[in-house]
Ligand binder design. Structure first.
Ligand code: AMP
Ligand code: ZN
Length: 137
């Protein structure tokens, strides 16, 4: 189920910290530490797989079901105008962490996305945003 030397497996197992938003049997949701917008979260399946075709169908359905719920929670909690969902497979597609994840990226009219996986956000600010999202669960 897990893979050695996988960053997100280590986060799922609690070996590396994260700012946790939600967890169930099949998924974990946490704040992206290099957010492309305020409220950027990642939904990861607990089953390890590098790409979307490497996980079983229940895991694929679970990340989308949780992503559907959390995108609306974040939209309401942060008064976003929209939400982008993104899921990258392969370095050629821009993937940098090779454990499947669904990006939830709240959007506001006229505000461009920050660069992908580029700049680490201030932890205090990330925690404050996470608290707002969790209050809406
Ligand atoms: P991708 O390029 O689609 O594989 O996205 C990987 C995402 O993981 C990027 O948005 C990174 O900012 C994010 N990321 C990398 N390391 C961590 C970490 N330790 N905790 C939370 N997010 C991370
Ligand atoms: Zn993994």
């Amino acid at each position: 189920m897990t893979a050695p030397d996988c960053l997100f497996c280590k986060i799922i197992q609690g070996q590396i910290p994260c700012i946790r938003i939600f967890e169930d049997d099949a998924t974990l949701v946490f704040m992206d530490i290099m957010p492309q917008s305020d409220g950027h979260m990642l939904v990861v399946p607990k089953q390890h797989g590098a790409n979307i075709w490497d996980i079983d169908q229940p895991s694929a359905m679970a990340i989308m079901t949780v992503g559907q719920r959390l995108s609306l929670v974040a939209k309401n909690a942060l008064q976003a105008a929209g939400v982008s969902l993104m899921q990258l497979n392969g370095a050629a597609a821009g993937q940098t962490v090779f454990h499947v994840h669904l990006h939830i990226i709240p959007r506001w009219a006229g505000s461009d996305l920050r660069m992908h996986a580029r700049e680490q956000a201030d932890r205090i600010k990330l925690v404050a945003i996470a608290e707002k999202i969790k209050a809406g669960l």
